[in-house]
Design a protein around this ligand. Structure first.
Ligand SMILES: *Cc1c(COP(=O)(O)O)cnc(C)c1O
Length: 384
């Protein structure tokens, strides 16, 4: 956490970091600086370093300071989307001939970025089961520059031991990147566990209200932070002022939302494990989950994402999604409203035929913060 907030609790930091009262008016919420350029007091006489809003904008700065504090990092950077953040990171860290270890379960768009975009520039990748340290070790080559981890993973809710994987990456001279989108910094702080870079889709729990698309990178190493900021400006996929403001507002309630998401998801996972039409429930909070102990060690609670497999294969899984009423059928996750989707045909269609292909009988839930009783009733009727 930045020094001024290092002794405060997460809930306090979420509300106050980056949120200093406006110097001109005293407005307690940072204004939306909807502006592209700044008057200079004589050539090169910048006020507070602001010159042009691709390089820096005060609303984005407020969010970036807040994000750095929440993840316990020294530098936060906000982007137009999670994938824009990932793209900036990959093009900063990697060049032709470099190699990355990627997980066998990851957000479909992350996989597509490696498989279809970055690979065209000569970056090589191989797939590992990151929940198994031996698999990560075996995938590392002398050219490995980064190990990419998503925990919990999307959509299979796999758990990777961040501390153990950081150790493996460090020994190989590679950087550990953790996509912390599913957990959020309230539930899990990868930098404190040895990760070098935290990636976020701010679109999900951080924004929290399904009303903004954004992404972030947070690092502890100030030199890497400078390099990333250089590339952020050189490539230009920055978060706009209004989007930054929406995320800054969303983050203030992150702690209370994540507590409720986790409580509701726990009740739903319990119900699903007892449902006769459900063959498998994937939720790290369940004792039966293979990553349960590691999740309990590195997470404060188990989050709001639950996946499950149903009897009757793909058609049955699609039918459950179609019958849900309170759970809205849609992509994305992490908002206050509950969502349901079929990863094989929706979010993860780009993984078809690859090592990351998802089971066709899988349904994914983003459990919102509505009444758990209402959510349970809707799932019962959707399962028939
Ligand atoms: C959504 C998501 C992304 C991509 O973020 P966008 O904001 O959609 O570009 C990356 N990782 C995970 C785990 C996600 O869920």
């Amino acid at each position: 956490m930045s020094d001024s907030h290092s002794s405060q609790s997460f809930e306090t930091v979420a509300i106050h970091a980056g949120n200093t009262a406006d110097p001109l008016t005293g407005a307690v919420v940072p204004p939306i600086y909807q502006v592209s350029t700044y008057k200079q007091d004589g050539v090169g006489g910048l006020r507070g370093g602001y010159e042009y809003s691709r390089s820096a904008n005060p609303t984005r700065t407020a969010l970036e300071e807040n994000l750095a504090a929440l993840e316990g990092g020294r530098r936060g950077l906000a982007f137009a989307s999670g994938l824009a953040a990932e793209d900036c990171l990959l093009r900063t860290l990697l060049g032709p001939g470099d190699h990355v270890v990627i997980p066998n379960d990851a957000y479909g768009g992350t996989f597509r970025l490696f498989d279809k975009v970055v690979s065209r520039w000569g970056v090589e990748w191989s797939v590992a089961d990151t929940s198994d340290p031996a698999s990560v070790r075996a995938a590392i080559t002398p050219r490995t520059k980064a190990v990419w981890v998503e925990t919990p993973s999307n959509p299979l809710l796999g758990i990777t031991d961040i501390e153990a994987t950081a150790q493996i990456a460090r020994e190989a001279g590679a950087r550990l990147v953790v996509d912390n989108t599913f957990a959020s910094p309230y539930l899990q702080q990868p930098l404190a566990l040895g990760a070098d870079v935290v990636v976020h889709s701010l679109t999900k729990y951080m924004g929290g209200h399904s009303d903004v698309v954004g992404g972030a990178l947070v690092v502890n190493d100030t030199d890497l932070g400078e390099e990333l900021a250089y590339h952020q400006n050189a490539m230009g996929a920055v978060a706009g002022p209004f989007d930054s403001w929406l995320v800054l507002r969303g983050v203030k309630t992150l702690a209370v939302r994540m507590d409720r998401h986790s409580e509701n998801a726990t009740r739903i996972a319990d119900m699903l494990t007892r449902h006769p039409r459900v063959t498998n429930v994937l939720y790290p909070g369940l004792d039966s989950h293979p990553g349960h102990e590691i999740a309990a060690k590195q997470m404060k609670a188990f989050g709001g994402m639950v996946s499950f497999q149903v009897e009757g294969g793909e058609e049955a899984a699609v039918a459950v999604c179609d019958r849900a009423r309170l759970f809205t059928l849609g992509e994305s996750l992490g908002g206050v409203e509950s969502l349901i989707e079929h990863p094989g045909r929706m979010t993860h269609a780009s993984t078809a035929g690859s090592a990351l292909e998802v089971p066709s009988d899988l349904v994914r839930l983003s459990v919102g913060i509505e009444s758990a009783d209402d959510l349970l009733a809707d799932l019962q009727q959707a399962l028939g």
